[in-house]
Design a protein around this ligand. Structure first.
Ligand code: NAG
Ligand code: NAG
Ligand code: NAG
Ligand code: NAG
Ligand code: NAG
Length: 402
């Protein structure tokens, strides 16, 4: 539909802006090693059948296991899911490491399992239809294909199996408008659907979500949101994102460009209306750098500032978190970052949550890169791929990216 030259630049822009093109996605971090008491509590509850018995057991569990951590802190067990800031990895499956030859399309240095183990509890990614298979691809499967959604979910399930006191959130972008049953069959095949949480209402925002302990006790520890999906009661744990959540803008290209204004959904007029209606707020906190030819790529140059917990520096995660908390009168429930290990980003969530975390595996906060000469070669290859994909796209006439 667009003239091809213009389309080519749009394509290039979208391609290198991969990291940004998709606002959400992320995985949570690993749980702490508090499984044994948690297991005892869970089995007590599991043997109960009436709702009131379950509730009593839950509060007993919460009292009797006050040193047991939920999402890395005992202080979070009795807090409502939406009264916690869940730090998230944007484009969590798209790596800039040796497995992708340090692809410029990669948004993260470490994978979803590492993110969970380091304390992140939100994992976001884009899902595409690649010849009938739901595949994790960055903008297009030609550019960066991180494998099947099923294999990725199976890895997350493995982590959740081993970390029984942890609540994880997944946020997927449905790039090719697949229906819920396509996603549902993949969630089932991976085994992770066993943990899927179905809220009490699926028709609108919920101002009071269950506590982490309630989700843990019921072993419905996975909350899944999919952008642009039609709800299907057969797969009731696959939640249309914008029924429950609003987001700040993504595609920010300047560290002074972050704010707390509602960007989506367009059906809600402002952040304050969203907050008072019970929507949870998601902060997109990742920046792109404009390159030649109208291309933009994840801004690595400023990443230490971008992901810093400082609350008195322009462009930091800490500053945007504090600003949204103040403007909304409520903490952001979700925050998404690129290169989550830098900062480290989790520090901002801990500050907002007011916790000192336990049970995490530490990951270097350094940026990953190859030696400079190897880096040059990789960059050249990255550019070649981007240009080649853009030309292919122009030739095919497919200009729809997101
Ligand atoms: C959220 O959690 C904090 C810390 O426990 C608590 O003080 C506050 O009342 C909670 N807010 C809501 C709305 O439950
Ligand atoms: C992340 O990498 C580790 C080790 O390299 C691997 O065991 C794990 O399965 C990977 N996780 C994902 C989600 O790919
Ligand atoms: C996914 O791709 C396959 C093969 O290209 C196609 O047959 C199928 O209709 C696609 N699914 C959707 C929902 O577009
Ligand atoms: C918020 O930030 C976005 C992205 O930088 C920008 O497009 C938008 O105009 C800003 N809104 C306000 C009210 O400043
Ligand atoms: C800025 O915040 C840091 C902690 O994030 C604090 O150590 C420092 O004193 C603050 N600087 C100013 C000028 O407020």
């Amino acid at each position: 539909m667009l003239p091809s030259f213009f389309a080519a630049s749009v394509a290039l822009l979208s391609l290198t802006g991969l990291a940004q093109a998709m606002p959400q996605g992320g995985f949570g971090g690993p749980g702490s090693g508090s499984q044994s008491s948690a297991v005892v509590s869970s089995s007590t509850v599991a043997s109960s059948t009436s709702g009131s018995t379950v509730a009593a057991s839950v509060s007993q569990a919460a009292e009797s296991t006050s040193t047991v951590a939920c999402n890395n802190s005992p202080d979070l067990c009795n807090r409502n899911y939406n009264n916690i800031t869940h730090m998230g990895a944007h484009d969590a499956a798209f790596l800039r490491d040796s497995s992708t030859s340090y692809s410029t399309s990669g948004n993260q240095y470490y994978n979803a399992t590492k993110a969970l183990s380091a304390g992140l509890r939100l994992l976001q990614a884009q899902v595409h239809n690649s010849s009938g298979t739901l595949e994790l691809c960055h903008t297009t499967c030609t550019l960066l294909d991180a494998g099947s959604l099923e294999a990725w979910l199976a890895e997350i399930k493995t982590w959740m199996d081993a970390n029984t006191n942890e609540v994880v959130t997944i946020l997927l972008v449905n790039s090719d408008d697949e229906d819920a049953s396509s996603f549902g069959s993949v969630f089932e095949a991976s085994g992770i659907s066993t943990y899927g949480y179905t809220p009490t209402t699926t028709s609108g925002p919920i101002s009071t979500w269950p506590t982490l302990q309630t989700l843990i006790t019921a072993n419905t520890r996975l909350v899944t949101f999919i952008a642009s999906i039609t709800y299907d009661s057969t797969y009731s744990y696959l939640l249309p994102e914008f029924t429950y959540m609003f987001e700040t803008a993504y595609g920010v290209t300047s560290l002074s460009g972050f704010n707390c204004t509602l960007d989506r959904p367009s059906t809600v007029s402002s952040a304050s209306v969203a907050v008072s209606s019970g929507y949870m707020g998601l902060v997109n906190h990742f920046a792109d750098t404009a390159e030649a030819f109208g291309i933009s790529i994840p801004d690595v140059t400023d990443i230490k500032t971008t992901n810093s917990a400082s609350t008195n520096t322009t462009g930091t995660l800490g500053t945007q978190g504090a600003q949204c908390d103040s403007e909304w009168g409520l903490k952001p429930t979700f925050m998404l970052v690129d290169f989550w290990n830098v900062g480290p980003s989790i520090e901002t969530a801990d500050n907002l949550n007011g916790i000192t975390a336990t049970g995490r595996t530490s990951v270097s906060t350094d940026e990953l890169s190859s030696s400079s000469s190897a880096g040059m070669r990789r960059d050249a290859k990255g550019w070649f791929n981007i240009v080649a994909v853009a030309m292919g796209v122009v030739a095919i006439g497919n200009f729809v990216w997101l």
